[in-house]
Write a protein that binds this ligand. Structure first.
Ligand SMILES: NC(=O)c1ccc[n+]([C@@H]2O[C@H](COP(=O)([O-])OP(=O)(O)OC[C@H]3O[C@@H](n4cnc5c(N)ncnc54)[C@H](O)[C@@H]3O)[C@@H](O)[C@H]2O)c1
Length: 241
């Protein structure tokens, strides 16, 4: 079976994606800065392995891809999901924090695609970048996150145009999904965000994972360069009295 590399796979959408792909028959390389990723992979069983690695580090990518090839075979799919964010207005944000968000969210995708591209081209594989509705909508206090998420959608289109039929590249823009990211807000704030969606609830990580698995499957064979909202209709509703 082909091998999928999933970044940020110790928890949340990344872990759900690794589990969904594994259940669909992929071999899965889970990777995260959090060493817990090894346990997560063991829990999946045969055909899953965990690697501690920082997506912002080109040497980490070289090591990771070398070891994945040795243990699981060539990389057939890449899910770029790892996340750095800082909820701080621009006038209070340090240059170091801004840079780290770009390094993880955007330059991490650059390093990841560069490291996996020979295998992906050879095997006519696929890439999915996990962006956010913040790529398209202006919400306060997340300048580094929003800028890097918008960069990811641009990079998706560029890569799809560049590599054509060799590598399909698509992007998802989740809305409010119930992960550890939502632990920092109150229940009232979660309910407010849920009410902003057409479906009236937060999404579950598995609901994003299923769309990612579809985008990596032959069922989406005529899709590339697309940005697919998985947001419960958050982006099509607007409040008005
Ligand atoms: N949860 C949401 O509401 C939501 C909404 C829109 C978009 N997203 C996107 O979904 C993706 C996953 O978000 P989540 O909510 O599951 O987050 P999460 O915080 O639950 O998981 C993110 C994972 O990324 C890992 N990580 C952080 N820095 C890393 C690095 N340098 N290298 C490797 N791994 C690293 C973390 O250790 C963590 O396991 C992100 O790209 C995020 O922007 C999430």
């Amino acid at each position: 079976m082909p091998t999928a590399v999933v970044t940020g796979a110790a928890r949340g959408i990344g872990l759900a994606t690794a589990q969904t792909l594994h259940a669909a028959g992929w071999q899965v390389a889970l990777t995260d800065v959090d060493p817990l990723v090894a346990e997560r992979a063991s829990a999946l069983g045969a055909g899953a392995r965990g690697w501690a690695a920082d997506v912002a580090s080109a040497p980490d990518w070289q090591r990771l891809v070398g070891e994945v090839r040795e243990e699981l075979g060539p990389v057939g799919a890449l899910v770029l999901n790892a996340l750095a964010t800082d909820v701080t207005p621009l006038h209070e944000m340090t240059p170091e924090s801004w840079q780290r968000q770009l390094d993880v969210n955007l330059t991490g995708a650059f390093h990841g695609v560069r490291a996996c591209l020979p295998d992906l081209r050879e095997g006519r594989g696929g890439v999915v970048i996990v962006s956010s509705v913040h790529a398209h909508f202006g919400l306060p206090d997340v300048p580094g996150y929003a800028a890097s998420k918008a960069g990811q959608t641009g990079l998706t289109r560029q890569l799809a145009a560049q590599y054509g039929s060799q590598v399909r590249v698509n992007c998802v823009t989740p809305g409010p999904i119930r992960t550890a990211q939502w632990d920092r807000v109150t229940e009232d704030q979660r309910e407010h965000s849920a009410a902003q969606t057409a479906l009236g609830r937060l999404g579950e990580p598995e609901e994003v994972a299923e769309v990612i698995a579809f985008l990596l499957s032959e069922k989406s064979s005529y899709m590339t360069g697309a940005t697919v909202a998985v947001d419960g209709g958050w982006s099509i509703t607007k409040d008005s009295a």
